[in-house]
Structures are given as structure tokens and as C-alpha cells.
Design a protein around this ligand. Structure first.
Ligand code: OOG
Ligand code: MG
Length: 255
């Protein structure tokens, strides 16, 4: 098989130039999940080499809505860099992405390291604060279509994120209503409970999954728990606002 670094470079370049590429599994139908994570690591290493800094991790496909929308039924994870962070209330430039979509999420920021098999209580104890969030996902594959190994290799479609105001880590986020509006029209209505029954379970999974490749959530890391509803496609001129029960709202404009 072509070497993994070449595949990683191809995906990194696709992201950098906002150009869609064919799925890796079209050419390598047996690409393993382990190789896919290795490609992800190599591809994100190119971002580190360009000066991007670690911002944390994202979890993906942690809700049934997302699994059904994407046709992949396994929890996945990816890396966040500081360059992916967008300013809440600000603008995102559609031209920098291939076919961006937005989804409502819950974000954690860590105060303690967390890795391996941990309990819900241990996970919660490692949290500094919780925030309402939106993630911009942008698959580098044509037509936003992929198999499990493809999306993992593509850093789980990570491309941007918005964070709202940080709330106390003791805030109960197990079942909070969410309304995502596009240009004032509700397009997704849901609950944080859609995220594995309670978003804290996503943090437990994050600790286990990054631990399985020898990494750890670190103090200061942001962890996105995964979309609570299906994602929505964005177009230039859109105004997106998502309100979260008890946590406030997050908004941005697409230019
Ligand atoms: C994969 C990433 C999934 C989530 O929150 O479920 C994800 C995708 O849908 O492109 O970010
Ligand atoms: Mg997401």
C-alpha cells in the first residue's frame, strides 16, 4: 500500500486548499481503523509543523442523529488545533472550506489530565468548565461521503469550533434543550441527552480512546462531546444561532 504519510499529506493538502478528494477506501477498501488513526496523526503533524498548536480533541458520532446522518455507527475522535477556534459572534469565511456544516455541541475544558478507563465521577472531577458550542465540520471527501476509516483518517472532519460562555463544571448538562436557528428559522431541535445519554459519557470515551493510543487529555484541552443533532449545511450569508437551555446562546455569520 502507498505509504501512510502520502495519504496523510493528501488529506492535509485537501483541507489546506479546500479541495474535495476521493475516499481512501475507494482505493484501499480494507484500510484498517488503526491505519486510519495513524494517517490522522501524520496529517495533523503537518499542522503542528506549520505552527498550529494543540487545542484538544473532538468526539464524533456520539449521537444517533449523527450516526444516522453519516451512515457510520461508531464513536470516533479527532484533534483540535488553535487555528480551528473561531470567534463567537464573529464571521466564518465559507471560501476557506469545501462544504461546511454546523452542529450543536457541548464543550469541556480540562483542569486535570485524564486518560484510560475512568469513571463518570473521575471525568467530571477533571473538568474545569463546560460551555455551549458549535462545531464546523468539513469532510475533505467528495459529496461529504465516507466510510469509518476514511473519516478517521480525515481527522474526523474537524475544521472549526465556536465556544459560548464557560459555566461551572457542576452545571447539570445531562438533558438540556437545544434550538439551532439558521437565519431565524429553527433547523434543529434537540437535547444534550442525545450525546450518549449524557455528554459526560463522551468525555469518559475520549479518555479511553486517546488513552488507547498513548495520549492523554491535558489541563487546558478543550473536548467537544459530539453533535447532539444532525449537522446543517452552511451557505454564504447565513446567520447561525444556537440556544442551549441554562447555558446561553452561541452565534456566528457566514461570509
Ligand atoms: C464526522 C464527524 C462527526 C460529530 O459531532 O458527530 C462529528 C462527520 O459527520 O463528518 O463531528
Ligand atoms: Mg461534531
Amino acid at each position: 500500500m502507498t505509504n501512510l504519510s502520502e495519504l496523510a499529506a493528501g488529506l492535509d493538502e485537501a483541507a489546506r486548499t479546500a479541495t474535495a478528494v476521493p475516499q481512501l477506501t475507494d482505493t484501499y477498501p480494507n484500510l484498517s481503523v488503526a491505519d486510519a488513526y495513524a494517517i490522522q496523526t501524520l496529517s495533523v503533524a503537518r499542522r503542528w509543523a506549520r505552527g498550529e498548536r494543540r487545542a484538544g480533541y473532538k468526539m464524533g458520532l456520539t449521537s444517533r442523529a449523527k450516526m444516522q446522518q453519516m451512515g457510520v455507527a461508531e464513536v470516533i475522535w479527532g484533534r483540535l488545533t488553535d487555528a480551528m477556534r473561531l470567534e463567537e459572534g464573529g464571521e466564518m469565511s465559507h471560501a476557506r472550506y469545501t462544504h461546511p456544516r454546523v452542529e450543536p455541541e457541548i464543550a469541556y475544558i480540562m483542569r486535570k489530565p485524564l486518560s484510560g478507563n475512568v469513571s463518570l465521577a473521575e471525568a467530571l472531577d477533571a473538568v474545569e468548565a463546560i460551555a455551549p458550542a458549535m462545531e464546523i465540520i468539513d469532510s475533505r471527501y467528495k459529496n461529504f461521503k465516507f466510510a469509518l476509516a476514511d473519516v478517521i483518517a480525515d481527522n474526523s472532519s474537524s475544521s472549526g469550533f465556536y465556544l459560548g460562555a464557560w459555566a461551572n463544571p457542576s452545571t447539570d448538562v445531562a438533558n438540556l434543550g437545544i434550538v439551532m436557528e439558521l437565519n431565524g428559522r429553527p433547523v434543529q431541535i434537540g437535547s444534550t441527552a442525545a450525546i450518549l445519554g449524557n455528554p459526560i459519557r463522551s468525555l469518559v470515551s475520549a479518555a479511553r480512546l486517546v488513552g488507547s493510543v498513548g495520549e492523554s487529555l491535558q489541563p487546558g484541552d478543550i473536548v467537544l462531546a459530539g453533535g447532539a443533532t444532525a449537522a446543517h449545511a452552511l451557505s454564504p450569508g447565513d446567520f447561525v444561532r444556537t440556544s442551549f437551555q441554562n447555558l446561553g446562546a452561541v452565534s456566528f455569520n457566514v461570509t
